[in-house]
Write a protein that binds this ligand. Structure first.
Ligand code: V47
Length: 366
């Protein structure tokens, strides 16, 4: 029986032979409309690696400040210093919030914010030390490569020095934000002041060299072409070949509310078809990434459940208090409980495995 359409046959044969996909294969996958065939290939790859396991974290997201000197056109979260609605949480406030979230049994904190020139390295070290002291056993995935670069410049330190200080204070892993799309021409139109794709990759390579694992993201569904998406995946795969330091890849669909990019360019947001396709292609193309994560906050809970059958093995998380996606119109709730998340994974045919920021399994007393 023919399981995949003609257009996928060649790639399917390559995958069956255990061969790596190249740039043209990536384009063929993105151009294909055989979503079911793609999903089947991706889910086979997911099962070969993880069986029925689906990883999740009981976590909280802390966005400590929305003050940002960046000018990313897709962002609905940032405020200029002094602008109405601008906020900065003190270290004490952040630690208090993590402490109160610990009543939910969190084992991971996701800490990211704007590029706020008022916040120095000590601010972050105080937060990290405070979190680790107050909440035993919690792990912290915090500061994007963009924030690390900004801090290094502010402090006149090297990236490695900043990372070492942060690690000493309690940082366990870097999140994947700020990658957006690496292709320079599109990146320039999306986020003209942001570090280049090369710099983003360099900072992740530095983290990997220090033994700090990281994630990677790709913002899609705006001005980029399929060629740009495959280029992005290819660059990530190449770095992963060299370092092995990436844990998870998370494709992020562009959300079109309250931001200049959507308004000025008339962008409507992605389709469910594209979201599932991008998850599936990511799984097939990034053959050296252990985890492909679906972010239910951005794709919606129901589609995230389907994505767990289209190659994703990981789902972010209980989340609690996310602001970046909700500012840009995410319609999902602010939080899922651990029980809801587990039920949701089970209903999608998965076996839930709770993990921390280092992907170590979390064992709970019954
Ligand atoms: O870098 C900003 C994106 C990212 C919009 O590493 C937008 O585990 C869509 O990186 N529409 C931050 N996306 C979120 C992020 C993340 C989320 C969950 C888990 C992990 C992880 C990382 O959000 C930004 C940017 O790419 N973003 N605005 C928008 N309008």
């Amino acid at each position: 029986m023919q399981l995949v359409s003609r257009e996928l046959e060649e790639v399917a044969a390559k995958l069956t032979r255990g061969e790596r996909l190249d740039f043209n294969d990536g384009i063929a996958l993105f151009r294909s409309t055989d979503l079911v065939g793609l999903g089947m290939l991706a889910q086979r790859a997911k099962r070969q690696r993880h069986g029925d396991q689906v990883f999740f974290a009981v976590n909280c997201h802390i966005n400590h400040t929305n003050v940002c000197v960046g000018t990313c056109r897709f962002c609905a979260f940032r405020r200029r210093p002094g602008e109405e609605g601008a906020y900065v949480s003190s270290p004490r406030e952040v630690i208090r919030r993590v402490h109160s979230a610990s009543l939910w049994g969190i084992r991971e904190v996701h800490l990211v914010g704007g590029l706020n020139p008022e916040l120095d390295l000590d601010y972050f070290c105080t937060i990290l030390q405070g979190i680790k002291k107050k909440v035993k056993g919690v792990t912290v995935k915090g500061l994007t490569a963009v924030e690390v670069d900004f801090l290094a410049q502010r402090e006149g330190l090297s990236v490695a020095e900043v990372l070492l200080r942060l690690r000493e204070a309690g940082l366990d892993a870097l999140p994947g934000g700020g990658a957006e799309i690496f292709a320079p021409l599109v990146r320039q139109r999306l986020c003209p002041n942001k570090i280049s794709g090369e710099r983003w990759l360099e900072i992740h390579a530095e983290a990997h060299a220090l033994g700090i694992p990281t994630n990677a993201t790709m913002l899609y569904g705006h001005l980029e072409s399929y060629e740009d998406r495959v280029d992005h995946l290819l660059r990530l795969r190449e770095l992963q070949d060299r370092t092995g330091g990436f844990q998870a890849f998370i494709p992020l669909p562009f959300l079109p509310k309250n931001n200049p990019l959507a308004k000025e360019e008339g962008i409507k947001g992605t389709t469910g078809f594209d979201d599932l396709k991008t998850i599936a292609v990511s799984r097939l193309f990034l053959d050296n990434f252990p985890h492909i994560k679906v972010y239910w906050v951005m794709v919606g809970i129901k589609l995230a459940q389907v994505a767990l059958n289209f190659g994703a093995d990981d789902i972010e998380g209980t989340v609690l208090e996310e602001r970046i996606a909700h500012s840009a119109g995410a319609e999902s709730p602010q939080v899922l409980t651990r029980q809801e998340l587990e039920e949701f994974i089970l209903a999608a045919g998965g076996v839930p495995v709770e993990r921390d920021a280092l992907y170590l399994p979390v064992r709970r007393e019954a």
